[in-house]
Design a binder for this molecule. Structure first.
Ligand code: AMP
Length: 249
């Protein structure tokens, strides 16, 4: 079985985000980018399935600027076999990404597609669901455990009340949650090997997909500043402040 994994290049989760002066978006110049953390988990799960003999090939796809090749290389160093870069400098919203992935799914015929549950830059949490709908495939979102059986996959999902396990007929779409696994660090020999693994580059137009944005960002604002806390001398002072200043008890 072939597994297709979608990996997005996003601003690194350690970077303190700065909003552009004109409020049109966030500063991306001179900022560290890396693989979306949920997508690292997706790659790790695919590699584990391959190591367990449940998958024969892992293809990783990234869509974005040429620099997204680095994200693909990271996935190849973790154990994926080959990459596809859908090169575009335009904004690619979840619907466009899902449509492009659908064309690649038709071409590559994977038995399973794994995506992150959300990209930490747009926080959309839409692409996997849209892809499943476009393919007419079952979806298991927010996976915290997966088990592949005969022609099916069991996905354990973190829901409000606890854990829910669903069984999907393959081919299917799975999106990863934080507790699915702990992604490995690529070893130096694997980083070197990854340099020789193939990456195909295509443009959205080659895939016949209209990627025009359907949503317009009106304004991006910083969260309002929280005022600093105070240290109180004892419990009596705390209770007094809660009663008379905060007026919450
Ligand atoms: P989102 O719906 O934007 O929150 O993204 C959910 C998931 O879709 C991500 O974790 C990725 O697996 C995939 N994805 C979204 N955008 C891209 C992209 N530009 N390139 C590759 N994968 C993407």
């Amino acid at each position: 079985m072939k597994i297709l994994v979608a990996v997005k290049r996003v601003i690194d989760y350690n970077v303190k985000i700065r909003v552009k002066a004109d409020q049109s978006g966030v500063e991306t110049a001179n900022v560290k980018f890396s693989m979306n953390p949920f997508d690292e988990i997706a790659v790790e799960e695919a590699v584990r399935l391959k190591e367990a003999g449940k998958a024969a090939e892992i293809v990783v796809v990234s869509m974005g600027p040429t620099a997204a090749q680095e994200t693909i290389r990271t996935a190849l160093a973790m154990g994926a076999d080959r990459g596809i870069l859908v090169a575009s400098d335009d904004e690619l919203q979840p619907l466009a990404v899902a449509k492009l992935l659908k064309v690649l799914v038709d071409k590559e015929q994977p038995g399973l597609v794994i995506l992150g549950k959300q990209a930490i830059d747009d926080d959309s949490n839409q692409t996997g669901q849209m892809l499943a709908a476009l393919c007419g495939w079952p979806q298991g979102t927010f996976a915290s455990k997966v088990a592949i059986g005969d022609g099916a996959i069991e996905v354990t999902r973190e829901v409000d009340g606890g854990l829910e396990t669903v069984k999907l007929t393959l081919p299917a779409v799975v999106t990863t949650d934080l507790r699915l696994n702990e992604p490995r660090y690529a070893s130096l020999p694997n980083i070197m090997k990854a340099k020789k693994k193939p990456i195909d580059t295509v443009a959205p137009a080659d895939l016949g997909v209209d990627t025009l944005p359907r949503l317009v960002t009106l304004k991006v604002e910083e969260p309002s500043k929280r005022s600093a806390g105070v240290k109180v001398a004892d419990i009596a002072t705390l209770v007094d402040k809660l009663k008379n200043e905060a007026k919450v008890i």
